[in-house]
Design a protein around this ligand. Structure first.
Ligand SMILES: Cc1cc2nc3c(=O)[nH]c(=O)nc-3n(C[C@H](O)[C@H](O)[C@H](O)COP(=O)(O)OP(=O)(O)OC[C@H]3O[C@@H](n4cnc5c(N)ncnc54)[C@H](O)[C@@H]3O)c2cc1C
Length: 481
């Protein structure tokens, strides 16, 4: 049997250091800022255990673990991994960006290109291979921190001369490992996960920035790791008023490494800028990871399309031609993303014995994904009008007979009873207008890198010669002599 939600919850009682609202949190598992999101993840593990036949596979020593750890040695295995990601995404309607199938898939994607690590360093390759087996067999939930804190983006980390450990770097090398100090910008789900995987996404200057060119993984309760949580959207919420924030606020945090010891067996890249780049841009880390990203996004767009349709039914405008067009646009985005996701699964490349989604197609998906999300939100805002604001202050209003009577009179709809109308519009606001919603827009726009980075990756990978060959043919056929 694969791990259960309860086992996952117990594993989080590990004494990690989290700061929130001026306090060090002692029991984050039951804390009102995090407890529901943790239980939402737990329910994913329960779902996985209940549907083990299509969500898990057996490790060499017979344990059942999530398909995201499986090496895609056949096309069918790649498709099964995608379907499992889709099934998990359906459990949160796409609102859990960093479910446990995200970073685990990145590590699996590094293993498909293990020769790259072996060429670089047999010791580091062995560390990665052993870590993969360890994390897979325990079905560990990982967060990751790849991006350096912004500081001054016109400078590389070593050029921050007044604060050289602003960005995480090596402080000291020891016989048994290294001591690291400094911050990584954001660890989404760092309060929910069991371990953190560290790498580098930003460009580094070879030789100049070597001490920042690291990759390693550690349990989140390791001495010296400090998780600085952003504001919790779950805290103080309730399911009636904030149905999404209440259960799916996966949290984001600055992760600070306060002189943390990393044993060599957990170090995968040490002082090598090129490997830090190749870890995500040459191996299948990003493409396998984004099988989850694209599945989740397609599900989320379907959810948002349905929500928009429900709003227009509630306000009686759904059959107006202009409204049908707006709704069709949403359906088009959702259907296109579904197609792009399925294209990734069904049109793989081969590397060694592995079936790997096509990198150019993934890059194109990321560019489209980042661009359309704000448009989707704007579209639903337009369709919703002021209805998402004309709402009772909280569920407590319903307990007061005088206010409830007024709510029943004012929340009129031909398709919904007044309280149902309120419930629907509160859900819409939490999806498109609340602080939780706004963070989601930022997430979709940035989680795979800033837009200019996504465009640049696509530019570099695209087959311009093929594209230009057609016009070349026409141009060459024009004889001006
Ligand atoms: C909600 C959320 C969750 C996240 N979770 C994680 C996580 O779990 N792990 C993780 O590692 N990272 C995470 N990130 C970080 C994410 O990967 C970064 O936001 C992303 O890589 C962009 O980097 P940045 O935010 O530092 O933007 P910057 O690099 O500072 O760029 C900001 C803007 O400045 C402009 N700009 C900057 N440089 C240039 C340039 N050279 N040319 C043109 N324009 C430029 C662009 O307009 C750009 O959009 C998360 C981000 C968000 C918003």
């Amino acid at each position: 049997m694969s791990r259960t939600g309860e086992q996952y919850i117990e594993s989080l009682r590990d004494g990690r250091t989290i700061f929130l609202n001026g306090e060090k949190i002692t029991n984050h598992v039951d804390h009102p800022a995090f407890r529901n999101a943790i239980r939402s993840v737990a329910s994913l593990y329960d779902y996985q255990a209940e549907h083990a036949d299509r969500m898990t596979f057996k490790t060499p020593d017979g344990k059942s673990v999530g398909l995201y750890w499986e090496l895609p040695v056949t096309r069918e295995k790649l498709i099964a991994r995608g379907e499992a990601a889709y099934a998990w995404a359906m459990q949160s309607c796409g609102w859990l960006g960093r479910s446990p199938d995200h970073v685990s898939a990145a590590i699996t994607g590094m293993i498909t290109h293990l020769e790259l690590f072996e060429e670089y360093s047999p010791e580091r390759a062995e560390a990665l291979r052993n870590y993969y087996s360890y994390a897979r067999d325990k079905d560990i939930y990982l967060a990751f921190t790849l991006v350096n804190p912004q500081g001054d983006r016109s400078k590389t980390p070593s050029e921050h001369i007044k604060n050289v450990f602003h960005t995480l770097g090596v402080l000291e090398e020891k016989p048994q490992g290294i001591i690291v100090r400094g911050a990584k910008m954001l660890g989404t789900a760092a309060v929910l996960a069991e371990e953190v995987f560290v790498g580098v996404f930003n460009p580094l200057k070879e030789f100049v920035d070597d001490k920042y060119a690291l990759s390693f993984a550690l349990p989140l309760n390791t001495k010296g790791i400090k998780i600085l949580s952003r504001k919790s959207y779950e805290m103080g919420s309730n399911k009636f008023d904030s149905p999404l924030s209440h259960q799916f606020d996966e949290n984001d945090a600055v992760v600070y490494f306060d002189d943390v010891f990393v044993p060599w067996e957990r170090v995968f890249i040490y002082k090598n800028t090129g490997m830090c780049r190749d870890q995500f841009q040459v191996t299948a880390a990003d493409v396998l990871m984004d099988v989850q990203g694209m599945a989740r996004y397609a599900v989320k767009l379907h959810f948002l399309s349905g929500l928009a349709h429900s709003v227009t039914e509630a306000t009686g405008v759904n059959e107006l031609p202009a409204v049908r067009e707006s709704l069709a646009e949403l359906a088009c985005y959702a259907t296109n993303m579904e197609g792009l996701f399925r294209g990734l699964l069904n049109n793989p490349d081969r590397h060694n014995e592995y079936y790997i989604p096509n990198r150019l197609q993934l890059y194109a998906c990321q560019v489209v994904l980042q661009s359309i999300y704000p448009k989707v939100v704007e579209n639903i805002r337009k369709l919703s009008g002021g209805g998402v604001i004309m709402l009772p202050s909280s569920y407590v209003d319903l307990a007061n007979p005088e206010i409830r009577d007024l709510i029943e009179k004012t929340q009129y709809s031909t398709s919904l009873a007044p309280i149902e109308r309120v419930k629907l519009l509160k859900l819409v606001w939490d999806a498109i207008g609340s602080e939780f919603a706004s963070r989601h827009t930022q997430y979709e726009m940035f989680y795979s890198g800033a837009h200019f980075v996504a465009l640049s990756r696509l530019y570099d990978k695209y087959d311009w010669d093929f594209a230009k060959s057609m016009s070349r043919g026409i141009l060459d056929s024009i004889d001006v002599s």
